[in-house]
Design a protein around this ligand. Sequence first.
Ligand SMILES: C[S@@+](CC[C@H](N)C(=O)[O-])C[C@H]1O[C@@H](n2cnc3c(N)ncnc32)[C@H](O)[C@@H]1O
Length: 228
Amino acid sequence: MDDYWNQYWNYSDIINRENKHAQVGRTIQGIPLEGWLWDKTIEFVFNHLDLELSMSALDLCAGNGLITEPLSQKVKFVIAVDCSKKFIDSINKKQLENTTAICCDARSFKFKDNFFDISICYFALQHFKVHESIELFRNIYHLMKPGGKFYIGDIPDLDRIWEFHSTDNYKSVFFESLERREPIIGTWYKKDTLINLSKYIGYSKQEIITQEKFMINNHYRFDMLLIK
Ligand SMILES: C[S@@+](CC[C@H](N)C(=O)[O-])C[C@H]1O[C@@H](n2cnc3c(N)ncnc32)[C@H](O)[C@@H]1O
């Protein structure tokens, strides 16, 4: 894993913010996302997954559990994986009956092959370089049952990078951050790169999902659903 992000999610001040959305950087001009808007976002994601109470789910790069907890109410069993010790501790503190949170690198997370019905990786693919995403997609492919669904949400869209860094000032901040090796967001992806990558790994179906207007990052991010 890129050491920068490991350090960032274990030692930077962001993880000590009071608000849970602020802790994972889900803010609009510095203001944390409101609960009702997150509930709608979760509903949007879950509607693509046909969740059932018999299912086993993997929440990858789970952060402080903002997806893990609602997911645990919809399925039989959840494993949440994140590289941030503080976030994993905060999930385990909730003592959710059917959930285990594990501190480790998502790419090297090992479990039984063909086990999970559902995997979700939301608002985190930017932390992986393209070659690391290949490893990640392959790892998840092995962990999921045939027919299992892998939802990758909130992926920065390379085709819209200059709509995001739109002013001269934002562009300067962006290039300065790259020079310092402290990227503001991380890796931006072209949709067809991820489609081709997932075909290369062997996923049988892939769908790009356009975010709805109410979703706070819809102007520069997209979602994707893969079927093993
Ligand atoms: C922006 S947060 C999103 C958290 C959560 N998915 C959500 O949407 O609320 C990104 C998370 O990815 C985790 N992360 C980044 N790289 C990782 C890796 N290689 N393995 C495991 N977790 C990772 C970070 O620790 C952080 O909690």
